[in-house]
Design a protein around this ligand. Structure first.
Ligand code: GTP
Ligand code: MG
Length: 197
């Protein structure tokens, strides 16, 4: 899919104030620093559409980006980041869960996990919560440039083994690197196929 236009629309901490039009949207979620904002920049081929940082906790609001004037990409704050204050963390968790529970325009969520790490309880719990609430999601493995192909394969296998203990099948997944432009077409084609439905 060709990205002809990508523009920032608004930032919000209140789901009720997010765009009212009924166009499809796709949201990126995962632990802080996993690469959600970077992935949005890679997918749109825009260097700094979404703000990124080496320090976790950069994205603090729900950010809507309008793509090709037809659908939204949504950048969210990370979960599970210990260094923000307790009250800020609570607010994040609350509006993240509210976003997923209430946002009817959401076609699918993408749960980002760093390919270098073993499956983490917080990610597995979040996927479990999405599943229990009937919210469709795919997994995006990030930072694939940091591992050799064999290690990537092993880490994906670890994920499959753990998920298949509780899930009937492995969710759709993608292997990506925002710094090396890996997985871009696959994710965009997938979104395109969902938009067509
Ligand atoms: P929060 O907004 O804090 O939740 O973080 P985020 O998930 O949006 O992460 P962000 O995109 O800001 O990236 C965090 C750091 O990881 C930055 O230093 C990025 O340059 C780096 N990063 C993101 N994606 C990749 C990748 O594919 N490869 C490598 N090597 N680094 C990456
Ligand atoms: Mg971010």
């Amino acid at each position: 899919m060709k990205i002809k236009s990508a523009e920032f629309v608004m930032s919000n901490s209140d789901v009720a104030k997010c765009p009212k039009n009924n166009i499809p949207e796709y949201a990126f979620i995962g632990r802080s620093n996993v690469g959600k904002s970077s992935l949005i920049n890679m997918l749109t081929s825009r260097k700094s559409l979404a703000k990124t940082s080496g320090r976790p906790g950069k994205t603090q609001l729900i950010n809507h980006f309008l793509i090709n004037e037809e659908w939204y990409l949504v950048d969210l704050p990370g979960y599970g980041y210990a260094k923000v204050s307790k009250s800020a963390k609570k607010t994040f968790q609350k509006f993240i869960t509210q976003y997923f529970a209430l946002r009817e325009q959401l076609v699918t969520g993408f749960v980002l996990v760093d390919i270098r790490h073993k499956p983490q309880p917080v990610d597995l719990e979040f996927m479990q919560w999405l599943g229990e609430n009937g919210i469709p999601f795919s997994i995006i493995f990030t930072k694939a440039d940091k591992l050799k192909p064999k290690a990537i394969e092993n880490h994906v296998e670890d994920y499959k083994n753990i998920l298949l203990e509780t899930w009937e099948e492995m969710p759709n997944y993608f292997i990506t690197s925002s710094s090396k432009d890996i997985g871009k077409e696959e994710v965009l084609e997938y979104i395109d196929s969902l938009n067509a439905n």
